[in-house]
Each structure stands twice: as C-alpha cells, then as structure tokens.
Ligand binder design. Sequence first.
Ligand code: SF4
Ligand code: SF4
Length: 479
Amino acid sequence: MSTASAGGAGQGPSGGQGCGQYGIVANVFERVSAVAGEDVRSLLGELQKCMRCGQCRASCPVFAESGRETDVARGKLGLLLEELGGDLRPDRELYARLTRCVNCGRCRLECPSGADTGYMLLEGRCLLQRRIGLPPVKAAVVRGLFGRPAVLRAAAAALGLVQALLFRPSPVDPRHVRSIWRLPVFGQRMLLPRMRKRRPATAPALAAGRRQYVAPADAPVVIYPGCLVDLGYPELLTAAQEVFARLGRRVVVPEGLVCCGAPAAYAGDADTARRLAAENLKALAGHLDSPGSRLAFLCPSCAVAFRHDYPAYLFGRMSGGTEALAAAGLTMDAVSDVAAKSVDATALAWELGIGEHLAGPPISASVTYHDPCHLRRLLGVHSQPREALRALAGGGFREAPRPDSCCGFGGTFALEHVAASAQMLDRRAGELASTGAQLVATACPGCMAWLANGLDRAGGGQRTVHLIELIARGLGGGV
Ligand code: SF4
Ligand code: SF4
C-alpha cells in the first residue's frame, strides 16, 4: 500500500491523533462524487455519516489488542476514503489492513452517528477485491473450499487421513486432535476438531411414547447445521434434533444446504457469497412455509448471514445486490421471510420451554461460558445461555471476566492474521481458565474449536462444549 497524500489514514501505531489527518475529507467527497459510479456513490454517502469521533475504538476487539488506528472502523473507513479518492493505491497491503477485523459488528451497533460500518467494510473489501483479486490462499479457501461443497467434503476427508497420521487425540477431549509437529502458517502445534462425517439427516430415535408433536407437523424446526458441525462436530446436530423433538417439534434437516457464504462475503467476494446464499435459499424452499416454522442455527455466524446479511447486504444495499436477487430467481420477500424465521438454536429451545424438560441430574462439573460475538452482539442472545447453565449446573456456573470479549477466531481472520488472532485467543483462554471451571460452554462451533486450541495451549485441562449438548444431556431419560 502506498499513499500519495500527506497523511495516510491511520499511519500512527497508537492512533493518538485520531483522524485529524482528514483535512482533505471534504475535497475527497466532492472529487470522488463527481466521477464515481452509483455503487461508489452509495458507499461515499455512508462514509459521510462517520464523524470520526473515535467511539468505535472503545469496543473493537482487534484494536484493543494492537492499539493501531487502522485496526478500528474509523481507521479502515479512512483508508477506504483515501483509496476512493485515488490517494491510496489499491494493493495487497491495503486489503490486509481492511481484513484485520473479526466482523463482530460492535462498531456498527455502537456508532453514535448510525454509520453502517458492516456495509462499508464489506462493500469496501468487495470493491478492492474486484480491482486486485483475492490473495491466492484466501481465494483457495473461500472459493475453492467453502465455495464448493464437494471439494470441501473431500478436503475434510483428506484432512481426516492426515490427522490419523500426524495428529494425536487430545487427552482432554478425544473429539479434538493435536498436531505432532508445528503446522505451516500457524508456526506451532495446533489442536483441531477431528474430521468426521455427519450421519444422514434422520429424525432422532425417540422413545415411542415421546413421538408426539405438540406443534403442528407443518410447523417444523428446520436446522441449518453449518460446515463445522457437518464436518467436525456432527454430534451437535444429533443433540439439537433430540432437543427439538423433545419439545414436540418436527425436526427437518434439508438436503442441499451449503456454506452460508460468510467467509466469502467477509473476504469481499460477494459473487461467491451470493451464489451460496441462493443455493441455501433454494434448498429451504417449501420447508418454511408455515407461519410457525423456524430456522434454527448451531453457529451464530451462519445465523447472522441468513438473518441480516442476506437481506441487508448481499441481496440488499451492496452493489449488484438487486441484480443478483433477480438473477437467482429470488424475491426480497422470500429472503426476508427466511431471515425473519432465522434464530439461534439454543435461544429457540429456551424460548420454547426446554427448561421445563430438564430432568437429568445437574452437571457435576463446574462450567463457565464464552459469548460468541455474533450471538451476543448481533443476535442479542446473552441472558438465555446463562439461565440455561444455571438450570443445568446450579452453583457450578462461574461467570468469566470480560464476558464481552472475543476469542480471536473470526473465520478466516485466524488464518490470515495469525499473530493478532493468537494474542486474542491466549488472552481469552486465560480469562476462561481463571474461573477454574472444568467446562467452557459456548454456542458456536467456531469459538468451540478455537478456544479448545487456546485452552490446550494454556494447559489447564479445560474442555469446550456446545450449549446444545449440555441441554440435550440435561434432558436425561436416554438422551
Ligand atoms: S464511532 Fe462511528 S462515527 Fe465515530 S469514528 Fe467510529 S464509525 Fe465513525
Ligand atoms: S467489526 Fe469488530 S473487529 Fe471489525 S472493525 Fe468493527 S469492532 Fe473492529
């Protein structure tokens, strides 16, 4: 990245002078507006909402670790503005700075001027990606793997073979395996979920006396498992099926669901993200027609994609959204209907009254809880998991310090910004370990896998679990 302007946005490592370097701002807006196309004009209009107050610095987890102005929304928006104005050359370094972000949504929710930072960061990466392309490794991951379900499955199977040879089961939790050598890219030994295949989607084997639907059979709970559950934690799907079946709901896991598209969208590859989104929406056709039907997610990042990003960004205000919607043969009403029915699985189970079914003995182990950013912030789910854990573990539930902090996973962020991600992980794992709890519960398979790795490194012997597993275990009676 090189800058032609006197003050490159966010050059100072401390960001202490804020964005005072934008004395050029008014000129840039005028200059770019005069020549820009419609997509850039829309982005510019949103950029103008940023009053450069720096409030977003208070909550950004990446900035909290690095203190670098370009890691926070204000700094990134400044970089975008300079790029649009021609003062900053579009290159890999600029792309790397724009993607130093776990896409947690904190800056969007807390911006006092209502600037839609989520839209601007996605659109900005998208415009840049169209000019310079994706870095090759990232293209291989978001297009070659997550963009192609058959290739992803084959790669997971190959990784499973590698794991059998070069990894050893974790002594704490055998569903994770630890590499015997330092892994490339990460430069250290890593704990990963053991790759497995999801069992075919079938109704759970319920005792005959419990196979009764309380809700109409045409108002099912449709479950979207997500890639990591499919390939690494298939037992979470079984647990969710059991939980909703116990609530008297017909449970459906449609065939043909693919990656939610979030890795591609966050990378700036809107075309791949839209293709995957359209495939998912078509796979769901006919399953959510009843007003009482719900779409339940085991991964809050997938839930945010369906609930917010599809209608608001991918098929909404991002450039090319309306055209992509028409090209896919979809309507905004259909996208919005699916969005309105999308909900976190554990929150839905709690809302439907699973607490009344908890009949097993309390969890004997002590347990703490990690809030996934997307669940707590963007889906507003934070009290229900705690209520569930207090019901399940009684006095054994221990709140961790800084309940709002991020584990540093952020999807491809962990792969691309290894040092920053590891720093965030080590800090969070330390906080969770400081509770002394034996189990670390969370409600996101990504956080679960990443925290398992951090806790393994910390060496305290804690194990990660998904809340839906604990709820299923708490049902007792043969679960
Ligand atoms: S909080 Fe909002 S207005 Fe303030 S600097 Fe950040 S993005 Fe801009
Ligand atoms: S989305 Fe989160 S990580 Fe990204 S800039 Fe905003 S607050 Fe920081």
